[in-house]
Design a binder for this molecule. Structure first.
Ligand code: SAH
Length: 362
């Protein structure tokens, strides 16, 4: 079966949310020709209209009929929106139709870049020791529009100020490669030239390191960036903080990375969260440098945002600098990520972890 177009994905799901078995049944029920479907899709994905009622190019009766049956552009609804004190970071907690909640974050880099970090699942099955989402466990996969609509929300926010999203990263809640097909459909929605129109090169998918999906991703033939959450240079350390390493060892992971690069000739970003006394010693930096000897490897050192329950602590700035210096001296390209939005708990799963008890009590 040929892959669905972005418009088909969007119409199918939006129709399903208001009770139709799919886009075709929806179109038949309302007597909608393809140009009408295209109009609806374009209004939501490209023109970023809030609701069908705002689409004045549609006949009034049609807008009323669609609204009456619950046809809605948004599959996610913001329930808490927090702004960091420096105004650069805005974090949203979004409620899905079934009551589950996910987070997305807008990071504004002094007007030059507007990066949105989106979630691909409610919860996460991978249980990384340092991650608030991982500690909370897995609830369910998100549908493509539920992923896309987090971006749509911030795109609308920026659009009102004459600005745009420049980058999207799948670094919110969940493991994107555990929800592979929906994430690829979401990428289709984000990228579609007739819709949202964000270039593949401006999208990054971050994975815990699921080897078969890294191989599948290499075969997609798209220029979406790949980031791997490595976080440790040895199996002993990695398995102690990332259970996934017991399934695919560092050797197997690095072999998949080499296959990916051989196929795509694209750079891989390795994320490395600095955990006090766990993975941040000079010996760890040297071991990491040895792993990163290949071309097209880039290390992104991440200062740890301590989560309330985690027994792990952040590495101090000085030790982070020393760690980065060892990598640099070994010729490994690396950057230290600037923490953003710490005052609003902007790391993966944190806002939800904080608001969850209150939300549950209501
Ligand atoms: N499941 C994907 C996306 C997770 S979130 C993955 O594992 O890559 C994106 C990145 O943030 C991952 O590298 C993750 O390990 C890291 N991360 C999670 N919790 C963090 C925290 N509290 N502080 C800093 N980085 C964190």
């Amino acid at each position: 079966m040929a892959a669905r177009t972005a418009q088909e994905i969007w119409i199918d799901e939006t129709a399903r949310r208001c009770g139709h078995p799919g886009g075709a049944a929806f179109a038949a029920a309302h007597g909608l020709k393809n140009y009408r479907l295209a109009q609806l899709y374009r209004a939501a994905a490209k023109e970023l209209a809030q609701s069908v009622d705002a689409v004045t190019t549609l006949p009034k009766e049609l807008r009323a009929a669609l609204t009456a049956e619950g046809f809605r552009f948004d599959s996610v609804e913001p329930v808490v929106v927090q702004h960091s004190q420096d105004k650069q970071t805005i974090k949203g907690l979004f409620r899905l139709r079934d009551g589950n909640e996910v987070e997305a974050v807008l990071m504004q880099h002094f007007g030059e870049r507007n990066t949105v970090c989106i979630s691909s699942q409610a919860g996460c099955a991978y249980a990384c020791a340092f991650c608030a989402t991982g500690q909370a466990g897995f609830t369910r996969h998100l549908a493509p529009t539920e992923i896309f609509d987090q971006a749509r929300y911030f795109a609308r926010f920026l659009h009102a100020q004459g600005r745009k999203i420049t980058n999207i990263v799948f670094m919110g809640m969940g493991e994107p490669f555990h929800n592979y097909d929906a994430v690829m459909d979401a990428v289709r929605l984000l990228n579609d030239a007739h819709g949202f129109g964000l270039g593949h090169r401006h999208i990054t998918i971050s994975t815990v390191g699921i080897v078969p999906q890294i191989d599948a991703f290499a075969d997609e033939g798209i220029q979406v960036n790949l980031a791997i959450s490595l976080h440790a240079p040895t199996d002993a350390i990695r398995s102690s903080i990332m259970p996934v390493n017991r399934k695919w060892s560092i050797d197997e992971l690095m072999a998949a990375c080499r296959r990916y690069i051989a196929k795509t000739n694209r750079k891989i970003f390795f994320e490395y969260v600095m955990l006090d006394g766990v993975n941040d010693r000079p010996a760890d930096a040297r071991a990491l440098a040895a792993l990163m000897r290949g071309p097209l490897y880039h290390v992104n050192i991440i200062p740890y945002n301590a989560t309330p329950d985690a027994k792990l602590g952040p590495t101090g700035d000085e030790r982070i600098r020393a760690f980065a210096a060892i990598l640099e001296a070994s010729g490994v390209p690396c950057t230290v990520r600037t923490p953003m939005g710490r005052d609003i708990a902007a790391a993966c799963g944190q806002l939800q972890a904080e608001t969850q008890p209150r939300a549950k009590a209501v």
